[in-house]
Design a protein around this ligand. Structure first.
Ligand SMILES: C[S@@+](CC[C@H](N)C(=O)[O-])C[C@H]1O[C@@H](n2cnc3c(N)ncnc32)[C@H](O)[C@@H]1O
Length: 224
C-alpha cells in the first residue's frame, strides 16, 4: 500500500513538473504573453508598424529642376565681375543662383556692398550659411550686409537691385532677359560669367585666364 502511494505521488510530481515546463516554453515562444488566447495576435509582424519619420524633402531637394548645374566661379573671375560692375558700398547686389555664396560674400567683404544670394538648392543654402559664418568671423561688419534666400530666381523680388550677377546657362539667361530685365531699374548693371544675353549688345566683354581655361565676362548697363 505504501509502495502504491509512493508511486502515485511520484507520478503526480512528474506530471506537475512537465506541465509547468511546457507552459514556460509556450510563453517564451509567443512573446511571454499569456493575455491572448491567439498567439498570432502577439507576433511582431501582426503589430501595427510605428509611423515612419516624415522626410522633409523640401529641405533636401530643390523645389524644381535647377536651370543650371552647380559650378563655381573661380575667385579671380568673381573679383573681375564685381570690378567690371564697379560695385561699391551703395550697391545692392543679387547673385541669381548663388551656389556656395562666394559672389555675395566677396561683394560685401571686398566692395562694401549689400548682397543677396538667391539659390534654389537647399543644400547650397546650407553651404552658403556655413561660408557666411566663416566670413563673418573674419569680417564681422558684413553680418548685416549678406543674406541668402532659398527661392526660384524667377520668383525673387529684385526691386532694390542695382547689380545682378549671373552664371547660368544660355537658355536661362534668355529667360532672365525677357522676364527679369524689364522689371529692373534703369542704370542696373548686369554681369554674366560665360554666357551672353542673346543679341543684347554688352557694354564690355573681358576674358580672364584661370589655369588653362579662359573665362568670359559680359557687362550690360540697363538704359531706358
Ligand atoms: C553655375 S552655378 C553658379 C554658382 C555661383 N553663382 C557662382 O558663380 O559660383 C548656378 C547655380 O544656380 C542655381 N540655380 C539654377 N537654377 C536656379 C533657379 N531657378 N533659382 C535659383 N537658383 C538656381 C544652381 O543650383 C547653381 O547653384
Amino acid at each position: 500500500m505504501a509502495n502504491l502511494l509512493r508511486l502515485i505521488l511520484r507520478f503526480v510530481l512528474i506530471a506537475a513538473i512537465t506541465s509547468s515546463t511546457l507552459l514556460a516554453c509556450n510563453s517564451l515562444m509567443f512573446n511571454n504573453s499569456t493575455s491572448s488566447s491567439d498567439p498570432l495576435e502577439n507576433k511582431p509582424e501582426n503589430k501595427p508598424l510605428p509611423p515612419l519619420p516624415t522626410m522633409a524633402t523640401k529641405d533636401i531637394e530643390p523645389e524644381r529642376i535647377p536651370d543650371a548645374p552647380y559650378v563655381q566661379t573661380p575667385p579671380e573671375v568673381v573679383l573681375k565681375m564685381l570690378e567690371m560692375a564697379k560695385v561699391d558700398k551703395n550697391d545692392v547686389v543679387y547673385d541669381l543662383g548663388s551656389g556656395d555664396g562666394r559672389i555675395v560674400i566677396t561683394a560685401a567683404q571686398k566692395f562694401g556692398a549689400k548682397a543677396i544670394g538667391i539659390e534654389i538648392d537647399p543644400e547650397l543654402i546650407r553651404e552658403s550659411d556655413r561660408e557666411s559664418k566663416a566670413a563673418i568671423a573674419k569680417t564681422p561688419e558684413i553680418r548685416d550686409r549678406i543674406k541668402f534666400i532659398k527661392q526660384d530666381l524667377f520668383k525673387a523680388d529684385l526691386s532694390d537691385a542695382t547689380v545682378i550677377t549671373l552664371y547660368l546657362l544660355p537658355l536661362a539667361n534668355l529667360r532672365v532677359r525677357s522676364e527679369i530685365l524689364p522689371k529692373l531699374k534703369s542704370g542696373t548693371r548686369v554681369v554674366s560669367h560665360e554666357y551672353n544675353l542673346g543679341d543684347l549688345p554688352p557694354k564690355q566683354i573681358e576674358k580672364v585666364k584661370v589655369g588653362n581655361r579662359e573665362h568670359r565676362i559680359y557687362l550690360w548697363i540697363l538704359d531706358r
